[in-house]
Design a protein around this ligand. Structure first.
Ligand code: TXA
Ligand code: MG
Length: 323
C-alpha cells in the first residue's frame, strides 16, 4: 500500500524511497507532483505507467536551486533573467537538453523543462535527492491534485508513498515558457503572467493553443494536445453577455447540473468564487468534489478574459463553449 508520509518528518523517508528507485508524490506550491530521481531512467519510466501518461508527453525536472548544470545544454540570457526573477516559484523553462541527461525525461525531445519549486518541503527534499522528474500526480486526464487526499484517490497502491505537505497554495500548474525561441513563448499559462514575464525580458509570445477550446496538433506544446483537466462530468463554459445569469438559468431547471461562477448570487447547486484568483486555487478541488457527488454537468461562467491560466484550464476541460 502507499505510505502516507507527513512533512517535514517524512522527508528523510521520501528521499530514501526515491534513492531506491521508487515513485513518491510530493507537494509543490502549484499542484502535487509524482516524483522519480530524474537520472534514474527505470524509475522515470514507472511514472508513465503509474499515471497512464502518453509516452510522448515530456516531464518537468525539478531542481533545488538555480543550478541547471548537466541538465541543459545551453541557458540563454532570458533563462538567466527569468530564473533570477521567478525561481524558486511557479515557472518552468524549456531549454535545450544536455546530451548526457536522460532523454526518457523529455519523452525523447531535444529540449527539457526545468523548474525550481518554492514549497519548503519540496526544496528540502530536492536538496537531498538531486533533480526529480515530476508531472502532476493525477491519473492522466484527471484534474491535477491539490492536496494529498487527491493523490490517494488517483494513485493509491500504484506508487510507494505520498509526502503530505498540506494543500497547494497556487492550485494551478506552473507557467511553461520556451526559451529556445526568440521571443520566448508561453506554452502553458500559470500564475506568473505574460505581463510579469515581459517586465523582465521584454516581448513574450503566447502559443496559439493556449486559449484554443480543444485539442491542438502543434508539436511544440505537447501537453496541450490531450484532453486535459477533465472531470467525469460534462463541462460547459458560458461566455459573452450576461454569462453568469445565463449559467444560473441553465442549472436552475436541471437537478443533475451545478454552476461554478465568478461573481453572482449564491443559489442551490451553485458555487460562487469571489474572483478568478480564488477560482484558480480551488478549481481542481471543486471538479473532484462535484465528480464525487455524481454531478452530470458543470456550468462555468464569469471567468474574466484576462484570467488566462484558469480560463485555459476550463476551456480545455469544456465539451461545450456557449458564446
Ligand atoms: O506546476 C507544475 O508544473 C507541476 C508541478 C508538479 O511542478 N507539474 C506539472 O507537470 O504540471 P505536467 O507533466 O502535468 O505538465 C508539464 C507540462 C506539459 O504540458 C508538458 O507537455 C510541458 O510541461 N513540457 C514539459 N517538458 C517540455 C518540453 N521539453 N517541451 C515542451 N513542453 C514541455
Ligand atoms: Mg498534468
Amino acid at each position: 500500500m502507499t505510505e502516507h508520509l507527513v512533512s517535514p518528518d517524512g522527508i528523510a523517508r521520501a528521499a530514501e524511497l526515491l534513492a531506491n528507485g521508487e515513485l513518491v508524490a510530493i507537494p509543490t506550491e502549484t499542484v502535487y507532483g509524482l516524483a522519480a530521481v530524474a537520472r534514474d531512467a527505470v524509475a522515470v519510466a514507472k511514472i508513465f505507467v503509474a499515471k497512464g501518461r502518453p509516452s510522448d508527453n515530456p516531464l518537468i525536472v525539478h531542481v533545488a536551486d538555480r543550478d541547471v548544470t548537466g541538465i541543459v545544454a545551453s541557458w540563454p540570457a532570458v533563462a538567466v533573467q527569468l530564473s533570477n526573477a521567478f525561481w524558486p516559484g511557479p515557472l518552468t523553462l524549456v531549454a535545450d537538453r544536455h546530451a548526457d541527461f536522460p532523454a526518457a525525461v523529455s519523452a525523447g525531445r531535444s529540449t527539457v523543462g526545468v523548474r525550481c519549486p518554492s514549497h519548503p518541503s519540496a526544496r528540502e527534499l530536492l536538496a537531498r535527492t538531486g533533480p526529480l522528474a515530476a508531472p502532476s500526480a493525477n491519473r492522466s486526464g484527471r484534474p491535477s491534485p491539490t492536496n494529498a487526499q487527491h493523490v490517494f484517490d488517483d494513485l493509491d497502491g500504484r506508487i510507494e508513498a505520498v509526502l503530505d505537505g498540506g494543500p497547494c497554495v497556487d492550485g494551478l500548474e506552473s507557467t511553461v515558457v520556451d526559451v529556445t525561441v526568440v521571443p520566448p513563448m508561453i506554452l502553458r499559462p500559470g500564475s506568473i503572467t505574460r505581463a510579469q514575464l515581459e517586465q523582465v525580458v521584454g516581448e513574450v509570445s503566447v502559443h496559439p493553443s493556449v486559449l484554443a477550446p480543444s485539442e491542438t496538433t502543434d508539436a511544440r506544446a505537447p501537453g496541450m494536445r490531450y484532453r486535459h483537466y477533465s472531470p467525469d462530468a460534462a463541462v460547459w463554459l458560458v461566455e459573452g453577455e450576461h454569462a453568469v445569469a445565463r449559467a444560473a438559468r441553465l442549472v436552475a431547471d436541471e437537478p443533475s447540473s451545478h454552476a461554478v461562477l465568478v461573481g453572482g448570487e449564491p443559489a442551490a447547486r451553485t458555487t460562487v468564487f469571489t474572483d478568478a484568483g480564488a477560482l484558480g486555487t480551488g478549481l481542481y478541488a471543486v471538479l473532484r468534489h462535484l465528480d464525487a457527488q455524481g454531478v452530470e454537468r458543470i456550468v462555468f461562467a464569469g471567468i474574466p478574459f484576462d484570467a488566462t491560466a484558469v480560463l485555459n484550464r476550463v476551456r480545455k476541460a469544456a465539451s461545450r463553449v456557449l458564446p
